[in-house]
Design a protein. Structure first.
Ligand code: NAD
Ligand code: WQD
Length: 338
């Protein structure tokens, strides 16, 4: 079986992608320092797939230890690099920690890809690279605006580092996937999102409120120029997102890439407002949510959603799930993790 190294493999998107890789016949190996996860996800992966996945508890910023993982695992066909710190708010107050963690780990992964002859790299980028985009939906050609926070800047920088590196490294080709708003959980409710830090993203805030972990929640802004006054986002189910990584791997392994590094938007291609997301939750759960309309949140863009034509055309990737499946699976996961 072909080995794929997944950094951040015990984290939210990494663990779901490992399931999709196993179901597609790959043998994933994980590197995760557990700074924002624990190894419980590996037990969930085992129950879903019947396969045991090894996690190396290694910091991707430690080149020596990262190299050792490659030495112990010859013949890796691809790296999917999820490992990063991802809190927008935290990054504003700890910029050096974010630059060090996200950039150093990427540099180490690229240098290992080169040294150990790993031909394919996939990088977790983010729609936050677009900043306050001037056109909607955003395409891969929509220019970057000023990054809204150091976290987003690490993703802009990561993409540029990969572009410069692959241009002069013919043995390595790469894809940067710009995720929109990942949400939901595996249909089994055996894995899902369980960060060490307090959730601030909309979907976990909704399910935590419904479960009673929070007394209430606030809709940040109700007087925007949108169809119901609340912000518009592109929520992508985490299993559809996982499938996009496997599609990229096959695309690169088949030599179908059209440039040394390529970029794809990974969103559903449609905007959903905060109030529509809440309505979808109430519909699938049969439960009224305790929320109030409140002031705008600093730094929020009004609307952003993807044009995903390029991923469909070149990767053959089409998302299968919408906001209701997101809410259904996120709610099932919330009730299991308690
Ligand atoms: P996550 O925090 O659940 O997973 C990231 C994993 O990486 C964690 O398990 C953490 O312990 C690990 N990690 C962090 N730094 C590390 C290091 N130096 N060495 C080894 N392991 C390290 O986050 P996620 O939501 O699964 O995000 C995965 C990737 O996708 C990240 O790069 C993130 O920036 C990106 N992304 C996430 C979202 C989102 O909303 N979840 C959106 C766009 C992009
Ligand atoms: C979604 C909408 C909020 C919580 C962030 C990062 C981005 C990317 C995805 C990593 C917004 C509203 C939220 C609440 C609310 N991550 N909301 N009440 O801000 O679109 O994107 O995650 O790359 O970089 O910035 O996601 O889930 O925080 O917010 O009304 O309690 O829900 O205002 O309109 P966001 P989010």
């Amino acid at each position: 079986m072909q080995k794929v190294l997944v950094t951040g493999g015990t984290g939210y998107i990494g663990s779901h992608t490992i399931v999709d890789l196993i179901n597609s016949g790959f043998e994933p190996i994980s590197i995760d320092n557990l700074s924002n996860s624990d190894e419980k996800a590996l037990a969930g992966i085992r129950k879903i797939t019947g396969k045991r996945v090894k996690n190396y508890r290694v910091d991707g910023c430690d080149l020596k230890k990262t190299r050792q993982v490659f030495e112990k695992n010859p013949g890796i066909v691809g790296i999917i690099h999820f490992a990063a710190l991802k809190s927008v708010e935290e990054s504003v107050f700890q910029p050096l920690r974010y630059f060090r963690n996200n950039n150093d780990s990427l540099l180490n992964i690229l240098s290992c890809a080169q040294e150990f002859g790993v031909p394919n790299v996939i990088f977790s980028s983010s729609c936050s690279v677009y900043g306050n985009a001037k056109e909607l939906p955003v395409t891969e050609a929509t220019p970057f605006q000023e990054a809204e926070c150091p976290y987003a800047r690490t993703k802009q920088m990561g993409e540029k580092i990969i572009e410069d590196f692959t241009k002069v490294t013919p043995t390595v080709r790469a894809i940067c996937l710009r995720y929109f708003n990942p949400a939901g959980a595996h249909e089994s409710a055996l894995i899902g999102e369980s960060p060490r830090t307090k959730a601030s993203n909309l979907v976990p805030v909704i399910t935590e409120t419904a479960f009673g972990k929070r007394p209430t929640m606030t809709v940040f802004g109700h007087d925007y120029d949108t169809r119901d006054g609340s912000c518009v986002r592109d929520y992508i189910h985490v299993m559809d997102l996982a499938a996009a990584h496997t599609a990229c791997l096959r695309y690169l392994m088949g030599g179908k890439n059209t440039a040394p590094s390529e970029i794809f938007n990974v969103g559903i291609g449609d905007g959903v407002t905060v109030l529509e997301a809440i309505n979808a939750f109430e519909k699938v759960s049969g439960q009224k949510l305790n929320y109030q309309l409140g002031p705008r949140r600093a730094g929020d863009v009004v609307s952003i959603y993807a044009n995903r034509d390029k991923a469909e055309r070149l990767l053959g990737w089409v998302p299968k799930r919408g906001i209701e499946e997101i809410m259904q699976t996120a709610w099932a996961w919330e009730k299991v993790r308690g």
